[in-house]
Design a protein. Structure first.
Ligand code: FAD
Length: 430
């Protein structure tokens, strides 16, 4: 048995799933899980929903308890950051100065929230990516009515705006795009959801931030007091949430053998280099069905891709062992085959009582058709196409019996007219 570990970098949804899948695939050697946050792996989607709302406490977000982790026999290093990776020798450098020569590495470092330098040094300006971020914002939302400006009208900004409004705060949602979430859900669905936000009392604005204005008080650090827009207008604010997208956490991967343009570039097997795989929000890989590199920041993808990457890494190490280039990967069990990772992407979003669910690709479409089934109930479906074929479908407030067939509809790109007919059929099922 090898004495070198497999290391998984990033101890969140993809990281913990990869660790478990490595064991299931037969890896009996040392297994190190490295995460720079101090917490056990936790789930992020509730951060902008139940946790921010106050309905759930942090314990409910934990993906595994310490007892559930025990059988994995992990060398768990929380509060530890990987600072470098030498690809040829598969050696990680950690922020405590340690060097870890590995049999294989799975990179699951996710993304980090984008910030604006103009907000540096001001209190009351938040991002929403980590548990600590969410708790800090929740704390400030719990002390009576506030004027909250959400900068960025994508999915995250809209979810947070909905929760803050439900909590009774005065909410302004500002984005560069006139229609909220248009990039993710298309203009028609975005308009429908904009109606819901307006009906709930959210003020929607199109514009760009020029500066954050501090309160007049001389206290340090200085509290934000307003947001100045490029057109000169001013939005008073007690709190600002920056929901302006994210950056893949690849800054530490400087080895030129790796392609780190828009995440870590991988092949169809989720391999970035021999013995080095990636999964989750950080991974951009060649999707074998769509025939182009894709990267998703979706919870379901983190789980599915981590399982695929782990299985493929064990298969590669087993093949290396058979060829005499490495120690045995498993305990003699039948080695898994390396398989291309070809999921049907899925994401959801919850805003007010509405559930949005999407299968396939909704971004990068050249054709979008939205059908409003019931305007008052905000019930609608949208079909997304590319080069004459339907590649994605999105539903809002659709009953489960109608939703069921939508995944199959876009499992592979299908001729637009055919998909449209099938969608119409699916949404008229009684
Ligand atoms: C507020 C919020 C709401 C969301 N809601 C939804 C939703 O409704 N539906 C949906 O489909 N998806 C949603 N998502 C997206 C979903 O949570 C992510 O797709 C998922 O968390 C990705 O998991 P991951 O493990 O790839 O990355 P992450 O969860 O980002 O985890 C990466 C981990 O690696 C750590 N790390 C980074 N660099 C290093 C390093 N150098 N060394 C060690 N550790 C490092 C990070 O600190 C982090 O802990 C939401 C995300 C957020 C933030």
């Amino acid at each position: 048995m090898t004495t070198r570990p497999i290391a998984v970098v990033g101890a969140s949804a993809a990281g913990i799933t990869a660790a478990e899948a490595l064991r299931r695939a037969g890896w009996t050697g040392p297994l190190t899980l490295i995460g720079d946050e101090p917490h056990l792996p936790y789930d992020r989607p509730p951060l902008s929903k139940q946790l921010l709302h106050g309905a759930w406490e942090p314990a409910r977000l934990m993906l595994r308890t310490a007892e559930q982790l025990a059988p994995l026999d992990l060398d768990l290093r929380l509060g530890t950051r990987a600072t470098g990776l030498d690809v040829a020798t598969r050696t990680l450098t950690l922020d405590d100065g340690q060097r870890l020569a590995c049999a294989g590495v799975i990179i699951a470092t996710g993304v980090a929230a984008r910030t604006l330098p103009a907000a540096d040094g001001l209190t009351g300006v938040f991002t929403l990516r980590t548990l600590d971020d969410a708790l800090a914002l929740r704390d400030r939302l719990s002390g009576g009515p506030r004027r909250l400006v959400v900068v960025g009208n994508g999915v995250l900004g809209c979810e947070a705006a909905a929760v803050a409004r439900e909590l009774g705060h005065e909410v302004t949602l500002i984005g560069r795009e006139p229609v909220p979430m248009a990039a993710a859900v298309g203009p028609g669905m975005g308009e429908l959801l904009a109606d819901e936000h307006r009906a709930r009392g959210v003020r929607l604005l199109t514009g760009e931030v020029a500066a954050f204005e501090p309160a007049a008080a001389a206290d340090r650090p200085v509290q934000v007091d307003g947001v100045r827009l490029v057109d000169g207008s001013r939005l008073p604010a007690d709190l600002v949430l920056l929901a302006i997208g994210s950056e893949p956490a690849v800054g530490w991967l400087t080895d030129p053998a790796l392609d780190t343009t828009d995440g870590l570039g991988c092949d169809a097997y989720c391999a970035a280099a021999p013995g080095i795989y990636a999964a989750g929000d950080v991974a951009r890989w060649e999707h074998p069905v769509h025939g182009r590199p894709l990267r998703f920041e979706h919870r379901m993808n983190a789980t599915e891709q981590a399982m695929a990457a782990a299985r493929n890494l064990v298969a590669e190490l087993t093949a290396e062992a058979v060829n005499g280039t490495a120690e045995a990967a498993g305990d003699g069990a039948e080695p898994p085959e390396r398989r291309p990772f070809a999921p049907v992407p899925y994401f959801w979003s919850d805003q007010y009582g509405l559930k949005l669910q999407a299968y396939g690709l909704t971004t990068g479409a050249d054709q979008v058709e939205t059908t409003v089934l019931d305007r008052d109930a905000r019930r609608a479906v949208a079909l997304f196409g590319r080069a004459g074929r339907a590649v994605g479908v999105l539903a809002c407030a659709l009953p489960p019996r109608q939703l069921r067939s939508l995944r199959a509809l876009v499992a592979t790109p299908v001729l637009w007219e055919e998909a449209r007919d099938r969608l119409r059929e699916a949404t008229t099922v009684g």
